[in-house]
Design a protein. Structure first.
Length: 149
């Protein structure tokens, strides 16, 4: 299957990923990979004294899981050139071990580039938990292939 070319992304189009439960093992593994051993992520007793009341997942871990869930939709297979970055990324609610998240995107706009083989697409990203609450959100930009002539 081939992903969507720049021309095929319609402004206003929405897509939603499958869901996945964030586990304690995910948090521990991410702490090890990233070196981020902040007590908010790895020390349950400490976390009981915080407003969170328990451990929470790293914000970048939640984003990484959401990105992987979106790639399972195969929207970018062989058409994505580069992720250009975020205009902003907000962590709006904590994600705890046992929470189930999914990602939703909405195409905001597109623009041509000076290279006629490429285009830029901007989208809104929302990561939602099992209660439908937004736990992360931001605007992302992607450089995509255009349809060959």
């Amino acid at each position: 299957m081939r992903g969507l070319y720049w021309e095929q992304w319609e402004i206003g189009a929405e897509f939603e990923s499958p869901a996945r439960t964030v586990t304690e093992a995910d948090i521990v593994a991410f702490a090890g990979l990233s070196g981020d051993y902040n007590p908010l992520h790895v020390d349950e007793e400490y976390c009981k004294t915080t407003p969170f009341g328990g451990r929470i997942a790293h914000g970048p871990l939640v984003y990484a899981i959401a990105a992987g869930l979106l790639f399972q939709l195969h929207l970018y297979d062989d058409t994505l050139i580069a992720f250009l970055g975020f205009e902003n990324l907000k962590f709006t609610k904590p994600v705890r071990p046992g929470d189930t998240i999914r990602a939703r995107i909405k195409v905001l706009d597109k623009r041509e580039t000076s290279n006629p083989e490429r285009g830029v697409m901007r989208r809104q990203l929302q990561v939602l938990n099992q209660r439908g609450e937004v736990v992360q959100e931001g605007i992302q930009a992607f450089l995509l292939k255009r349809k060959p002539a």
